[in-house]
Design a protein around this ligand. Structure first.
Ligand SMILES: Nc1ncnc2c1ncn2[C@@H]1O[C@H](COP(=O)(O)OP(=O)(O)OP(=O)(O)O)[C@@H](O)[C@H]1O
Ligand SMILES: [Mg+2]
Length: 362
């Protein structure tokens, strides 16, 4: 099924054979030259996270095994915000579970701040904070005690921790709820508690699986700003999200996965280059011309969304064809507003995910 809006079913004609675009980030390295031309010593500051050929399979009775993670390799540099994107079931949570020592890899390896996740899980755990996908606040503890207990696990306690907790509760709008048990809070507030805990400690690496689920937009903004601050301080952040604009706004680097495999990786600009030739068209008519939805669907758009009198369509087309289309649509009715722009990350995501599936959008 298509995941994009608009309810139009179609098949993509972009490519029949799956391709694997790969725009890897250049690792940050410092290179020093010694004694003339002959000796070159390369000093590489190790990345915060290193993942090599990671595989995780799940056995299922009387069915083929699931390759939830299927040979992923990537690095995350210190102080970077790294986004793991992909459709439902792509393997994002499984990857995070392995990196946070909650699951063992079937093969391959991964390390956090130089410590192997399978061989030295305790060393890894000391260095990470995790917000898992399901809400997991300690239900019988008050909001304040949730924060303090979490900090104590990491050796942060006493007046400094209490003071920090008060500040964070203020920041997260939790101060009025400080003494209430987590179980008595609404789902969104429980999520706040869970995310707020991350800011009680200064672990060098943080993982957030769909952190914004259930958060209202105001809090979400505040958390995003806070994450940026933490990254500026040098904390490394790995997050997954289904809200692509969040990744677009936050992430220094994005890895798009599908069926456990990398389908693209790079910063936003690099990913946009992968989808050169994708255009977004938005037209508002005074009255929606009859049959326009079917007509546009016949062009096999990456995305088609009609709301009121506004048509939004993303197409992979030659520029001149796009302009011709705008002209043709202009003949069909009175156009109040027209906008043509390059691809958004959402279009790229849909296009690459479809491409990896062999061109079928069904
Ligand atoms: N414990 C498990 N046992 C069997 N299969 C599992 C298990 N955990 C995950 N899987 C399977 O592995 C695949 C990847 O799941 P995963 O939860 O990593 O996806 P995801 O990318 O996080 O998806 P979502 O966007 O829905 O959160 C799915 O096919 C899922 O059914
Ligand atoms: Mg998940």
């Amino acid at each position: 099924m298509r995941r994009a809006s608009g309810g139009v079913r179609h098949t993509s004609r972009l490519s029949n054979a799956p391709r694997t675009p790969h725009v890897a980030a250049v690792p940050r390295e410092s290179t020093l030259a010694f004694s003339g031309f002959t000796s070159l010593i390369r000093l590489t500051m190790s990345a915060a996270i290193e993942v090599h050929e990671l595989v995780k399979t799940f056995k299922r009775r009387a069915q083929p095994e699931v390759r939830a993670v299927d040979g992923l390799s990537f690095e995350v540099q210190r102080g970077a915000i790294f986004g793991l994107l992909g459709p439902n079931g792509a393997g994002k949570t499984t990857t995070i579970r392995i990196l946070t020592t909650l699951a063992q890899p079937t093969s391959g390896r991964a390390s956090i701040m130089g410590h192997d996740v399978a061989r030295h899980p305790l060393e890894v755990r000391k260095r990470i904070g995790v917000v898992i996908q399901e809400s997991a606040a300690e239900l019988f503890l008050s909001v304040r005690d949730n924060l303090l207990t979490f900090a104590r696990f990491y050796g942060v306690s006493g007046p400094a921790a209490r003071q920090r907790a008060e500040g964070i509760m203020e920041e997260f709008g939790l101060a009025p709820e400080a003494s209430r048990k987590a179980q008595d809070l609404s789902g969104g507030f429980r999520r706040r508690v869970q995310v707020a805990k991350m800011f009680m400690v200064d672990t060098p690496v943080m993982f957030l699986d769909e952190f914004s689920t259930g958060m209202d937009p105001i809090l979400k903004r505040a958390v995003m700003e806070r994450l940026r601050q933490e990254a500026r301080k040098g904390r490394t952040i790995v997050l997954t999200t289904q809200i692509i604009s969040e990744a677009e706004e936050l992430c220094d680097e994005i890895l798009i996965v599908n069926a456990g495999k990398q389908i693209a990786r790079g910063d936003l600009n690099a990913l946009k280059l992968l989808s050169a030739g994708v255009y977004e068209l938005s037209l508002t008519f005074d009255k929606l011309p009859a049959g326009i939805e079917a007509e546009l669907a016949a062009r096999h758009p990456i995305r088609l969304h009609i709301s009121g009198n506004t048509v939004e369509v993303a197409l992979k087309e030659e520029e001149e064809n796009v302009l011709r289309l705008v002209h043709e649509l202009g003949q069909r009715g009175h156009v109040l507003r027209v906008e043509v722009s390059g691809a958004s990350l959402e279009d790229i995501f849909v296009e690459l995910t479809q491409r990896a599936r062999g061109g079928s959008a069904e």
